[in-house]
Ligand binder design. Sequence first.
Ligand code: SAH
Ligand code: SF4
Length: 335
Amino acid sequence: MDVLGRDEIIHYLNGGNDVELFAAADRLREQSFGREVYLRAIVEFSNFCNKKCNYCGLRAPNSNVNRYRLATDTIVESAISAAEAGVRTIVLQSGDDFSYSSAQVEQIISGIKESHDVAVTLSLGDRSAAEYEHWFSCGADRCLLKLETTDPVIYRRIRSGADFHERLELLLSLQDIGYEVGSGIIVGLPDYTVEHLADDLLFLSKLELDMIAAGPFIPHPDTPFYFAEAGNIDLSYRFTALARLLNPFSNIPATSALDSFDSEGRKKGLLRGCNVIMPSVTPVSKRKDYNIYPGKNAVSVDVTDTISRAEKLVYALGFTLSASKGSSRRMNNVE
Ligand code: SAH
Ligand code: SF4
């Protein structure tokens, strides 16, 4: 497949030729990454959030959440356990919880970077560009900031009045600062059409992202979208396969949301263009409380067990786990 136009993208999103699409995405992943899959361990260190996104279980007005905040030492220890189990990228994620000071985040980044040669990805939401710039100078390598949708009207509706252009501006600033930047969307939000998804794909691809993350929407009972239909999992596979075709060298995760629909979900993702998996290494006692959507982190096991399950999944498919940090290979940055 050469250059994909909007009409062709819509054709594939509608299921016009899944066999051809998935095979082409798989071939291209193989060309770009060989048999290697990257493992990113996520430490979900706080489920406090000052936002009211209508799709998310952690939204501030949800009083049915057991809120927790991990101490900085505990966060560093969780990251170190994952690094000792062989993981080369640690993702630090939380609700938009601004009670962690800039200095505390710095302490966490330095604590991890000083103890192990791993990449650190920040997924902290709408902190200021100045703070992100400071954390870059402290050694943070990557940021993950999903646009969730690239339609400003839908963005306002799903993120409770927030401004799409502010989010986009922050994302562009992160790229200017020098971070490897990931973004993405949620597939199948209420009132979404395949035309929206085609536009999302074209928009995200123009941003030349180092990572593109897209998983199906899962309605949460304690949110204003409790009544909405779940995103279609086939559409989600098609979206990431098309993202691969449009972005041969970007890292594309098979998200854990896929496994909420189908126990084979992440496996299928890896066979259809994805090249990353992101298991949670949040301390077991807190994991179930990071309840962004129902079913998230339902399996409570320790770090070693989490990593060995992820390894088994990868090896069962005939892939190997990459020993490298898995920096973006976009823009001819091929190792
Ligand atoms: N607070 C930060 C990061 C945590 S949210 C931020 O908002 O950027 C992590 C991701 O979970 C979000 O980017 C969103 O894409 C996803 N998410 C939240 N609720 C979801 C739902 N109901 N279904 C699917 N994905 C969801
Ligand atoms: Fe908070 Fe992020 Fe959930 Fe929005 S998506 S409510 S910012 S955790």
